[in-house]
Design a protein around this ligand. Sequence first.
Ligand code: 5RP
Length: 222
Amino acid sequence: MTQDELKQAVAKAAVDYIAPKLDSDSIIGVGTGSTANFFIDLLADHKTEFDGAVASSEATAERLKSHGIPVYDLNSASSLEFYIDGADEANERLELIKGGGAALTREKIVAAVAKTFICIADESKMVGILGDFPLPVEVIPMARSHVGREIVKLGGDPVYREGVVTDNGNIIIDVHNMDLSRPIDMENKINNVVGVVTNGLFARRPADVLLLGTADGVKTMT
Ligand code: 5RP
């Protein structure tokens, strides 16, 4: 199977997982990226079975709306049953690196609100220790150099992601060669650097369920 076929398989598994649990009041959080896009396209078949969605990016909001799925501001949603999103890396504890698509801050906010965070990923995303994928950090533009110097002190190699402005008007620094063997510690340390909006480690709030697309079928990890 190709990587896209695996992504489609986990997207379908996520729809099958949530659809029976939705009712006319349900609002769900929807992530960003190619796997999330497959999910949105399949979710559209069920759009009459739930109230609407909260999007983790402008791109996702546009895609949801293009299917006629109502999109709500998070502040007007009293609760979210599910958050469904992809990842750049996942480990066995369902801790993640996210933010390859630069949507990490809104993704982390929506994940924090959701009752159940379902991560959907193809098996290439599964790793023993997080960190081969450079860790995205969203940074207030005027703090770029300061944050870069602080990241070097924490042991990482910061690289400015050229030409990218987040939906929040900020920049992304990708951190290479960082020791992420203690993900919660590093998530906290990086977030404590002044000028950092947030980083792409999802360890304090990992996924609750990982639907992993493999050549032998979709594996459910909890
Ligand atoms: C966007 C993300 C995505 O979930 C992550 O980059 C995975 O993307 P894809 O599903 O295209 O492989 O965190 O900020």
